[in-house]
Design a protein around this ligand. Structure first.
Ligand code: HSE
Length: 297
């Protein structure tokens, strides 16, 4: 009556899909052990790797798990041990990994009474605690795996996109802190019609490119003229990192979620590794400590 699970890190937005697109990293994430307990509720019994609140109502895994137990009218409980490998505030869905992991694992232990759609709704409650808004662009890919498009978050409508077989992600995490709430506050609340047309042209084409495994189309569509020019100011070296990634063969490069992590997508693992070296090289030059990951999707 115990399960050990992998909780994937996620890249939200994927350039042109602000607040709607997201993808799960296959090999970067947290670990969680969940076991049944006789007492009611969710008990976070340990968190290693990061200093995070253990009280159920202040912990994203706790809040997401409680939302699920309430919906199921489940009268016993679960104990959760979390090994955090994703740093909070890094822009690769740390809170989403915990929220999604908790409800996905509990669902497995209960014999899968809930659909993925329901699990995303429960996990969004955890996201609400972490960022103030119950957005689904990180929890949806963490639950479904692969790539997801949140067509609507209320009511929830998620479209799953099978990732092209040779698509790899590179992520660099510069060690600076950017709060999602701060990097949302600096955005404009309106856009011009011309900017809208450019963005939804890219978004539609990116989704088509992913379905058709058309890497050239994916590459042409990985653009963001609305959010990136504003947020990238907060990330030292962003333009050089991006041009370094493209020069090393990446299909595209942009800000992961609300930053400060920067992601690139590549065709093939060797290219993704070369892209990681190029991106890391720029951060080394400006002496900014960072982590770098290459992952399948
Ligand atoms: N779509 C959200 C944003 C993701 O970019 O603000 C935050 O994790």
């Amino acid at each position: 009556d115990q399960i050990k699970i992998f909780c994937p890190a996620t890249i939200a937005n994927i350039s042109c899909g602000f607040d709607v697109l997201g993808l799960a990293l296959g090999t970067v994430g947290d670990e969680m052990v969940i076991r049944k307990m006789a007492q009611p509720g969710i008990k976070i019994s340990s968190i290693t790797g990061q200093d995070l609140p253990m009280e159920t109502e202040r912990n994203v895994a706790g809040v997401a798990g409680m939302a699920m137990l309430a919906a199921l009218k489940y009268t016993n409980g679960f104990e959760i041990e979390i090994t955090k490998k994703i740093k909070p505030g890094s822009g690769i869905g740390s809170s989403a990994a915990s929220a999604a992991g908790a409800v996905w694992g509990i669902n497995q232990l209960l014999g899968t009474p809930c659909s993925e759609h329901q699990l995303v709704e429960f996990a969004m409650e955890g996201e609400k605690l972490a960022s103030g808004s119950a957005h689904a662009d990180n929890v949806a890919p963490a639950i479904y795996g692969g790539i997801t498009l949140v067509r609507s978050s209320n009511p929830l409508d998620v479209v799953r996109i099978n990732p092209p077989s040779q698509l790899y992600a590179t992520v660099v995490h510069p060690h600076i802190e950017i709060k999602t709430s701060d990097s949302r506050k600096i955005l404009k609340t309106t856009i011009s019609l011309a900017d809208g047309i450019r963005q939804w042209g890219n978004l539609g084409a990116l989704v088509a490119g992913l379905f058709q495994e058309d890497y050239a189309l994916i590459s042409r569509s990985l653009e963001d003229h609305i959010i990136e020019p504003i947020r990238s100011i907060l990330i030292p070296g962003f333009e050089d990192i991006k041009s370094g990634a493209i020069a090393a063969g990446a299909l595209g490069c942009g800000i992961s979620g609300s930053g400060p992590s920067i992601f690139a997508l590549s065709k093939g693992k060797d290219t993704a590794n070369n892209v990681a070296k190029a991106m890391s090289g720029v951060l080394d030059k400006i002496e900014l400590n960072h982590d770098a990951y290459v992952s399948e999707i």
